[in-house]
Design a binder for this molecule. Structure first.
Ligand code: PXP
Length: 251
């Protein structure tokens, strides 16, 4: 099959958020559902190219056992989002996901709020990137579309950047257009520096067409909208719906 020009990573954190809402204290229950693995396999069957999970320090959704099971059972790629802590790095080195996306993490946030300050944390991140690279995991930096952050990501040895599209997604009109211009500049620079360009956060079938001005996009990571749509039309159909819109991207 020809390789599509834009790949989809489905973030299944919120499937697990639902399980944790009821079964946090009794994950051994035969009723503990919905299953992270079933979500991943369903997304794959619908055409997803990778499965993304964020193992947070507070374990609010994805659990260590989920990551382990997904690593063993999925047929596509596993993308682990993680904050730069020794504890989570040790898990990533053990589990060996195909990709890691380094994200900022703070306990109070509802979801990942801003991009990672790679430029301000070069030294701390360089070692983590090297350890993961040496272990066979490709590393991405989740950054705002800021040229200094793009340069810093290349400099510390990341293979990819994931451009934070939250500001793009949460605005319309002139503000969205201004953010698209920033995303374009960041993507151009990243491409010139040899980085793979990914994007994610707040993306929906409705706002994606506005993102298509951004060049060099290789992969999108999308969670909330797909899981929200799945409530009404099922996960398989929600993934297919997203892939159909993504097929209209031309670099
Ligand atoms: N990419 C990263 C790095 C994220 O932290 C998130 C949110 O977990 C996403 C993509 C997906 O964002 P959304 O759930 O809004 O699609």
């Amino acid at each position: 099959m020809p390789q599509p020009n834009l790949l989809l990573g489905v973030n299944i954190d919120h499937v697990v958020t639902l399980r944790q809402a009821r079964y946090r204290s009794m994950l051994e229950s035969p009723n503990a559902e919905p299953s992270a693995l079933e979500a991943a396999l369903t997304a794959e069957a619908a055409g997803a190219h990778s499965i993304t999970v964020h193992l947070r320090a507070d374990r609010r959704h994805i659990q260590d056992d989920d990551v382990q099971l997904l690593r063993q059972k999925i047929g596509t790629k596993l993308n682990l989002e993680m904050g730069n802590t020794r504890e989570i790095l040790d898990i990533a080195l053990r589990v060996r996901p195909d990709f890691v996306c380094m994200v900022p993490e703070n306990r109070e946030e509802v979801t990942t709020e801003g991009g990672l300050d790679v430029a301000g944390q070069r030294d701390a991140l360089r070692g983590t990137v090297k350890a993961l690279n040496d272990n066979g995991t490709r590393v991405s930096m989740f950054i705002d579309p800021d040229l200094d952050q793009v340069r810093a990501s290349a400099e510390i040895g990341a293979a990819m950047i994931e451009l934070h599209t939250g500001t793009f997604a949460n605005h319309t009109g002139a503000e969205r257009a201004a953010e698209v211009a920033r995303l374009c500049d960041a993507a151009e620079l990243g491409h010139t520096l040899g980085l793979q360009i990914n994007a994610g956060h707040g993306l929906t079938t409705r706002n994606l067409p506005d993102l298509w001005a951004v060049p060099h996009l290789a992969e999108l990571n999308i969670g909330h909208h797909i899981v929200s749509r799945a409530v009404f039309i099922g996960l398989r159909e929600a993934v297919r719906e997203m892939l159909a819109v993504m097929a209209t991207y031309r670099d």
